[in-house]
Design a protein around this ligand. Structure first.
Ligand code: FAD
Length: 280
């Protein structure tokens, strides 16, 4: 398919990009293009203006920010995967980035694009939700910081407004007592997750003090598996806690899986994720 006609502008800075967005209520940012370009070609997106932010190198970074790690929105999946700071302090991010798509996708796709796209089947949104990440959004009126729990608002919908831009993502440094795992089930190696589970388990005196578990593709947004978290914190074994993994979810039915099969997968993949997290 050929996209509908649009104007194109390459932004030279974040301010320039915001100015361009402010001047056209129907504009769209282009980062890695791995979600936007297919949407343009299928005419699912028909912006009047495409603002290319792919050259804003000063938004591609991973920095030590004290207790947190700050990640620029234009950081590509491959750079996340290879980053030593993330590998040391928040390895669930680098490991997950290495599981996205194929090398071509990882060389082009950005963390900002992946989060702002708001696809509930994507991997990094679930990881950000489990981590309790903070997302920095800039607009004409300045900057605001939104917790991941309030960022994803619906299928392909986020807290980023039409004249705003996601600029930075802040993730916590994980304590040595926190085990982690990201597991996804897909039918072909490079597919999006049929279901994925991001699990963080906080250990204390040989037991489990708490857990933070998020699910991909089990509803309109990434979801916390709160019933399973509560069960684990209450002393349940992984298998018993994982029985609650799909509680309160509304998984979709599509060609990859029915809603019932997704609920089953969440329980199976969830148990494995908890066990893997406890083994780290
Ligand atoms: P773009 O396509 O450029 O933009 C996506 C959307 O986000 C657009 O609406 C754009 O306007 C908006 N946007 C981009 N950046 C910003 C910003 N900074 N602020 C505000 N809005 C912004 N993803 C997975 O999670 N797991 C997979 O296994 C996976 N497999 C894939 C396989 C293939 C073959 C392809 C093509 C993609 C796959 N993806 C997968 C998606 C991939 O991770 C995309 O790169 C990502 O979803 C979008 O990032 P992008 O930088 O390409 O964004």
């Amino acid at each position: 398919m050929i996209p509908a006609t649009f104007d194109y502008q390459a932004a030279e800075s974040v301010d320039h990009a915001l100015d361009l967005l402010a001047g056209d209520g129907d504009a769209k940012l282009l980062a890695g293009g791995h979600s936007l370009i297919p949407a343009l070609k299928l005419r699912l997106a028909r912006p009047s203006l495409v603002v290319d932010i792919g050259r804003l190198r000063d938004l591609a970074y991973v920095r030590d920010n004290g207790t947190k790690i700050a990640i620029g929105a234009l950081t590509r999946h491959k750079a996340l995967r290879d980053d030593g700071l993330l590998q040391e302090h928040c390895p669930i991010v680098s490991t997950t980035a290495g599981m996205i798509g194929d090398p071509q996708v990882r060389h082009r796709g950005t963390i900002g694009g992946s989060l702002a796209h708001g696809d509930p089947a994507s991997d990094l949104p679930a990881v950000m939700l489990a981590l309790g990440a903070e997302l920095v959004i800039r607009g004409g009126g300045g900057e605001r910081v939104v917790p991941a729990s309030q960022f994803f608002t619906g299928v392909f919908q986020t807290a980023v407004g039409p004249r705003e831009m996601l600029t930075e993502i802040r993730v916590p440094k994980l304590a040595g007592s926190t085990g982690w795992a990201f597991l996804k089930f897909n039918r072909r190696a490079q597919d999006w997750a049929t279901v994925a589970v991001a699990a963080l388990v906080h250990r204390d005196n040989g037991g489990v003090a708490g857990a933070s578990i998020a699910l991909a593709n089990m509803g309109a947004t990434p979801l916390r598996a709160t019933a399973a978290e509560d069960a684990l914190a209450g002393g349940a074994l992984p298998a018993a806690a994982a029985d609650h993994m799909a509680d309160g979810t509304e998984p979709p039915s599509d060609l990859a899986a029915s809603a019932e099969f997704r609920a089953h997968l969440a329980r199976v993949v969830g148990r494995r994720a908890i066990e893997e997290a406890l083994s780290r």
